[in-house]
Design a binder for this molecule. Structure first.
Ligand code: NAD
Ligand code: LMR
Length: 356
């Protein structure tokens, strides 16, 4: 059948008037230059995801697009953002989505943002520690932190890239160097440890995980991940065997996934879930909601270390209050000493790198 020329002309006229997808207007980026009525950001928060095309970044972008508190979602990566942005922009939720590709567009991606979530960087393979990622990820976090310092120094930063115990100190040093460091606004994301702890604890107790709350303090690697099982809500008593099993499973949750994925990366889906849960708490804090409390790895005076994960209260300025660890049992006191020893050298490594 011959194409009907009237129909073709009609289609051409219609498509010329259609609102295009919400892609960033940048030449040479692979992103199409388009005219777009939607502006985004009229109400609600502006959120950027750096590393948005990755294993965590993509489901994280999907879930943030579904968050009603987000009005503008910027997706930045050094690869593949045009496709991810086009795909996610078709979701009929409120947030306007824009894509940014490559270092040249980092500043546009960051300008005006209220919250920046960073899952950029390489993940582990079996046999590696998180610290083995330092050499690559430290430089990535440094560059991205410099961009934040320049373009959105007042944004809340949720840092996911590993090793979190070192990348958070790196970001802090870079922001200090730029003269815009506000310790309340820099948070290392340890939410996945809490999510895992709640899940594994619920399995042992035969409860719904949504009813369980286990504080996890310290840091985000091996023995620095310190679940305070004695403070679980609802209160319960555990056998020594259960405490050993749960502590080890929570500390090795990341490795469990890395081994199961057998070379194809580390936790991405559960991490995206945890990151969105945490980002949502940060946004609710920014909105002024009361009593938003969760664990995070933050600049801290709870111990003698300059950074430590513990429960924090989130508010209009980020971290408004950091809670003390509360009563620890002997098992947890021993764990705390081990955690602090390893944390001290990971923090020092990050600080030294950033000061070079
Ligand atoms: N904090 C946590 O609990 C937690 C949990 C899981 C994974 N992680 C960490 O998150 C990071 C990402 O994991 P993943 O599985 O998504 O990895 P991935 O390789 O699938 O994705 C990483 C993305 O980062 C991008 N990227 C690389 N350099 C960049 C740069 N300079 N600027 C912007 N983007 C850049 C890559 O292009 C890629 O799309 C890893 O370091 C991993 O160890 C942390
Ligand atoms: O284990 C990893 O390397 C990724 C992440 O830190 C996790 O805890 O799953």
């Amino acid at each position: 059948m011959q194409p009907n020329s009237d129909a073709i002309q009609r289609l051409a006229r219609i498509s010329a008037h259609l609102d295009p997808p919400n892609l960033q207007m940048e030449s040479g980026s692979g992103l199409e230059q388009v005219k777009c009525r939607a502006r985004g950001g009229s109400s609600g928060f502006k959120v950027a995801i750096l590393g948005a095309a990755g294993g965590i970044g993509q489901p994280l972008a999907l879930l943030m697009k579904m968050n009603p508190l987000v009005s503008l979602l910027h997706l930045y990566d050094v690869v593949n953002t045009p496709g991810v942005t086009a795909d996610i922009s078709h979701m009929d939720t409120g947030a306007v989505v824009r894509g940014f590709l490559g270092q040249k567009q980092l500043e546009d991606a960051l300008t005006g943002m209220d919250l920046v979530i960073i899952p950029a960087g390489v993940p582990r393979k079996p046999g590696m520690t998180r610290d083995d990622l330092f050499n690559i990820n430290a430089g990535i976090v440094k560059t991205l932190s410099e961009g934040i310092a320049k373009c959105c120094p007042k944004a809340i930063v949720n840092l996911i890239s590993n090793p979190v115990n070192s990348t958070v100190p790196i970001a802090a040093e870079i922001l200090k160097k730029a003269g815009c460091y506000d310790p309340r606004r820099l948070l290392g994301v340890t939410m996945l440890d809490v999510v895992r702890a709640n899940t594994f604890m619920a399995e042992v107790l035969g409860l719904d995980p949504r009813e369980v709350d286990v504080p996890v303090v310290g840091g985000h690697a091996g023995v620095t991940i310190l679940p305070l099982l004695s403070q679980v809500k609802p209160p319960c008593s555990l056998t020594t065997e259960e405490v050993n099993y749960l502590t080890s499973r929570i500390q090795n949750g990341g490795t469990e996934v890395v081994e199961a994925k057998a070379g194809a990366g580390s936790a991405t889906l559960s991490m995206a879930y945890a990151a969105v849960k945490f980002a949502d708490l940060c946004l609710r804090g920014l909105r002024g909601d009361a009593s938003i409390v969760q664990c995070a790895f933050v600049p801290s005076q709870v111990t003698e270390l300059p950074f430590f994960a513990s429960k924090v209260r989130l508010g209009r300025n980020g971290v408004e209050e950091i809670y003390p660890l509360g009563p620890l049992n002997e098992y947890e006191r021993v764990g705390l000493e081990k955690a602090k020893k390893e944390l001290a050298s990971s923090i020092e490594k990050g600080v030294t790198f950033a000061r070079k």
